[in-house]
Every structure is written in C-alpha cells, then in structure tokens.
Design a binder for this molecule. Structure first.
Ligand code: VAH
Length: 319
C-alpha cells in the first residue's frame, strides 16, 4: 500500500485506523474521508480529509484520481442494531456503497480492504469454533449485507483480478471513538460506566458468548493482511479473526480485578439479544494464521487494564 483512501474514517475503526496508517505510511499518503466534516476531529485536522458519500461513485472516483490512490480501505457501513431499525438504509449503504467502491477500485486498479463480520454467520452455522468455510444463513440485514459483500468482493477478484481482501471482525473494543449502534457495543460501554458509576446495566444476557478483539489487534489485521504475499492467500475476503470469546460476566469479573466494587446487573434488549444468540460463540482462525500470520497481542485482562488506564485519562478520572 502506498497511497491509501479510507472511507468511514470518522467511525470507531476508521478514526483509529487513519492515525495508525498515517504513522506507518506517512501523513500525506493516507486520505481520510466521510459523509460529514467534523472540524474539531483530529482526523480532519491531522491530514487530508475529503467529503465522500459512498453512494455517489463520482465523489469516490474524483478523490481516487486526485490523490492517485492505490489502496482503498472501505469502512463506511451501518451496523447490526441500527440496521435492524432501518433495513433499507443498511442495504443501500452496505451494498450499493460497496458496489460503488468496487467499481471505482476496478476502474482505477486499486487494491481494496473491506471488513466482514461475525454477523455473516447465523443460527444454522456451527457456533462453536466456527469454521472458515461453513453455512452462512444470517438473519439480520447487517449479516445479509456482510455475506453479500464477501461474495461480491470474491467475484471482483475472480472476474476482474481485483486485489480484494477482508476479515470477519468480531466485536471491536476501543476507547477513542464510541461504536455506532452494534450488538457488541455493551463491551465498550461497560468500561465507561465502570469508571463513571462503578456499575453497569448490560443489555446482553449473562452466558451469551461472542468473539471480541481490542482495537490495536484490529488495526494490525488491516496492515498484515494488506501487506501479505498474495500468492499465499487461499481465501480473500472473509478471514475469521478473533482474540477473545467471552460473555458479559467475563468482562465484569475482569473489571473487578481493577475496580473491586464494580457491580453489573441486566436489562436485556430482546432485539440485540436475539442477534447475539445467532452469532458465533467462538470462531476458528486457522486460515488467517496459516495464510497471512494472523496473531493477537491482547487477552481479556490485558485489554481491560489498558482500556481502564486510557479511559481514565480520556475522562479525566483520577481515582
Ligand atoms: C455490531 N460491532 O455489533 C458490530 C460488529 C461483530 C459485531 O459487526 O454490529
């Protein structure tokens, strides 16, 4: 990757990936973009930022040509819970937006990274140690767009030789930018509430296991996969990647190691609970390990320690 365009650069992953890639490839070689301008955002202030609505292929193409982009990291998407409240918007942005990016990438010979998700599986998939290649019958519009996106990216690779790559991300945990309406958002909110109120009311039921990953490991996936030797890739657009399989009580117990008086109770959101139950409890990541050396640095307690330290600084909490 030399000249990189990131769509959805103000989102939970995009806001940290932009900084991460600028540190590696140089500030002037990473162009951030999004549907809105947030003047006070460090992303907007620390390098090139362009207004790009992925529903307008002309806007994408203009920016790709303006900066001579060779790699697109396409993150603009609507997440699971928001998608269930507006399925047509989820389909429009997640699929028509992806189609526009694929077409621009094809015409300009750009490589493309776009993430899929554990949401690409459904209740009929094996939910424990979910295989790389297995049944995918998701029951959320978000999951439908993720499976469709995986197939569309595979098609563009096979039909046009486009260098498309992607991973199935688990729930992403980070402290910079709040997640935008997903089912795994509880795993971020719990840390904020632990520091602010010493208690948290969880909307996902005890004993509901999902895959999770800390942001530093999420960011490394993008660089390591995009820089991998393409001749070693048997898969392309949907590598299972995860670092932690856990349930709400595991987060609670981990936080208690650092905040002993932390308390958690439950008020289940039936919509997000049903979504969570249709997703894998844990995924098998053998393909990613074998084909591009996937590895992670953070386990649950290491993530909890770092999250609490960074959030104390961000929220200016002394105790
Ligand atoms: C969501 N955080 O909850 C996203 C993610 C694996 C979950 O795709 O929708």
């Amino acid at each position: 990757m030399k000249k990189i365009l990131i769509t959805g650069a103000l989102g939970q992953i995009g806001s940290e990936l932009t900084t991460h890639l600028r540190n590696i490839y140089g500030k002037d070689n990473v162009i951030a973009s999004g549907r809105r301008i947030v003047e006070e955002s460090t992303i907007v202030q620390s390098g090139s930022y362009e207004l790009v609505d992925v529903l307008d292929p002309k806007q994408i193409d203009t920016v790709v040509k303006k900066y001579n982009i060779d790699s697109i990291i396409h993150l603009a998407a609507i997440l699971s819970a928001v998608g269930e409240s507006n399925p047509s918007a989820a389909w429009n942005i997640n699929i028509n937006g992806l189609y526009n990016v694929l077409e621009v990438a094809r015409e300009n010979k750009c490589a493309l990274f776009t993430p899929s998700s554990i949401a690409a599986f459904g209740k009929s998939s094996p939910l424990d140690n979910t295989p790389q290649d297995t049944v995918q019958r998701p029951e959320t519009i978000y999951g439908v767009t993720k499976v469709s996106g995986e197939l569309l990216c595979d098609y563009y690779h096979k039909k046009y030789g486009l260098d498309t790559r992607g991973v199935r991300y688990p729930g992403v945990i980070s402290y910079e930018t709040l997640p935008g309406g997903g089912t795994t958002d509880y795993a971020v909110h719990i840390y904020y509430e632990a520091l602010k109120r010493r208690k948290y009311t969880c909307f996902i039921q005890e004993g509901t296991y999902m895959d999770m990953m800390y942001m530093p490991d999420v960011l490394n996936c993008v660089v390591n996969l995009m820089e991998a030797d393409p001749s070693k890739l048997k898969h392309r657009n949907a590598f299972n990647v995860t670092s932690i399989s856990c349930a709400p009580e595991d987060f609670c117990n981990s936080i208690k190691k650092y905040i002993p008086d932390f308390q958690m109770d439950y008020d289940i959101d039936p919509i997000r609970q049903a979504i969570a139950e249709s997703w894998p409890n844990s995924m098998d990541c053998t393909a990613a390990k074998e084909e591009w050396g996937f590895s992670v640095k953070y386990n649950l307690d290491e993530m909890t320690k770092d999250m609490l330290e960074k959030l104390k600084m961000k929220l200016d909490i002394k105790a």
